[in-house]
Design a protein. Sequence first.
Length: 318
Amino acid sequence: MTEKMELATFAGGCFWCMVAPFDEQPGIKNVLSGYTGGHKENPTYEEVCSDTTGHLEAVQITFDPHVFSYEKLLALFWQQIDPTDAGGQFNDRGHSYKTAIFYHNEEQKKQAEASKAELAASGRFQQPIVTEILPAEPFYMAEEKHQDYYKKFPFHYNHYREGSGRARFIRENWKKRKSDEELRQELTPIQFEVTRKNATEPPYRNEFWNHTEEGIYVDIISGEPLFSSQDKYDAGCGWPSFTKPLRRNELEERFDTSHGMRRIEVRSKTADSHLGHVFDDGPGPDRARYCINSAALRFVPKSKLLEEGYGQFLRLFE
């Protein structure tokens, strides 16, 4: 390690999910998965997960502070975790999945404490910030199969990251909601009018009304997965129609009396986008027909699901 390189050590729950966010940044020489903070030398993965060694799963980052500062590392660390959870992270429970910042010198300690105080004062979270700030202890590198897990096993990594609840938490709590002015610059006029002004695009003159390729449809603003081609059908109405969403809890339904009608509006929770309406005349067992504007959607084909971070949905097309 050259003189200008430094170490940073963070525990953020499952270390599989804590490598990629740092690995992608400039000035990062190496990111190792391992164990620290416990009392047993060279513990195994099974021992650490049993919560008998006192260790936390952690990552140790070798970085050039002149290219990517410790302050930036701290900001990125907070954006990967739920800092209010004292019992683990997301679906992973127990001591070994707790969060912590392990400082390597007094300057790191000072910056970590300031960063934590700033987050607490920001009002982003209603609950207290419980992530501990601790002196660095011996770091034991995890078994080879756990190194760069996101590269070696991308399908399982993406499925786990989504299924554990981490990916959704990050989207909902850390994604900056863009202003209408910013969205007006990024979206086409019809996309903006539909998603932000509750407009309805013309039937039969929209992108996806008769689209049949396999894949999923995501929110044009947030990228949140909404519908699958597996549940799409031709309802004869001129708009994309689906029998069910990929995740019901991503949708918000509101009573809509606009235009002299009584309907149930469908919006996406993450972006607060107007999507369309849901009716009770569909072909499925619960009779739902999600009538959605193409302008509110972006299509991700089956061949690009893994590449774009939606690998967990490949199973729908097996």
